[in-house]
Design a protein around this ligand. Sequence first.
Ligand SMILES: Nc1nc2c(ncn2[C@@H]2O[C@H](COP(=O)(O)OP(=O)(O)OP(=O)(O)O)[C@@H](O)[C@H]2O)c(=O)[nH]1
Ligand SMILES: [Mg+2]
Length: 320
Amino acid sequence: MLAALMATNPNPSAPPWLAAFLGGERAALARAVTEVENDGPFAAAVLAAARAAPARAMVVGITGAPGAGKSTLVGAYVGELRSRGLTVAVLAVDPSSPLTGGALLGDRIRMSRHAGDAGVFVRSLASRGHLGGLARNAALVADVMASSGRDVVVVETVGVGQSEIEIAELADVRIVVWAPGAGDDVQAAKAGILEIADLIVVNKADLPQAAATEAALRSAASYAAAPPRVLTTAALSGRGVPALADAAAALAAGHDVQSGERARQRRRRRLLGEAERFARMRLAALDGAVADRLLARIDTGELDLDAAAQALLQAALAGD
Ligand SMILES: Nc1nc2c(ncn2[C@@H]2O[C@H](COP(=O)(O)OP(=O)(O)OP(=O)(O)O)[C@@H](O)[C@H]2O)c(=O)[nH]1
Ligand SMILES: [Mg+2]
């Protein structure tokens, strides 16, 4: 079947499912994402097509501490978007999981109510032990999803570390989810969420401490250079989710997030991602003997590891 399709396709750099991917067809989108995630033979063709695609989805980044209710909220938000007739792609990024950890499994269960819905595409991305690579992969996959003819792309990441901030940078609207607890305002300021958030969502509004948390975060937010809005939700019951959807749409439409700066960040990230992909390709194609020679020079003490790595990269880029 695949061979037959390939045979009718004169240009191996443009697989036959590319057009279906751009039209938002779920199976084709799955293939496209897998190609990019694994740096497959059609990755470059997919990325080129994604870049040339005229339409681009609204990209919503959702981050926050473990257990804050992000996945539950994403499930409810997706339901709200679907009820508005919008199609969605969800990317769940889990930097802590070496492959497919418990958190991702939990996410899949929470998204299962959308399982039979062709208007919802879900993909989980786990760290393969290298956070920088994960951020880069997430950026490319989100790009591919955003070009696939779907209306909204939701990217869920855990935590607010550097790689999550990098992932958040690719979103049009950045949402930080916060669950009620003690000392929230101090923690929030420390975690730097006020800098990256367009919206702060106090989830688990059904819990008794929620009002105090909301007040603390509002107060902390008021000191930020560009104070984020603070909303409350109860993701389990869905309370507050329509208002969240409205706020996200309004932010995406507002010119503050359409401004050149955010688009420039996204393009910069794409450029860096491409450079990294290119360098890795060249490294993979490099003759193993080059590395062996450098290892020998490390053994004699002539080079340290950093210098040898730089020499290796230079050799790869020079095409030795
Ligand atoms: N009371 C209450 N519990 C909630 C609410 N939303 C989520 N939870 C619960 O909080 C727990 C964590 O929810 P998740 O959606 O897995 O949270 P998460 O932030 O995605 O967690 P990680 O992916 O592990 O970081 C689950 O037991 C949820 O049922 C809510 O609105 N109210
Ligand atoms: Mg989760």
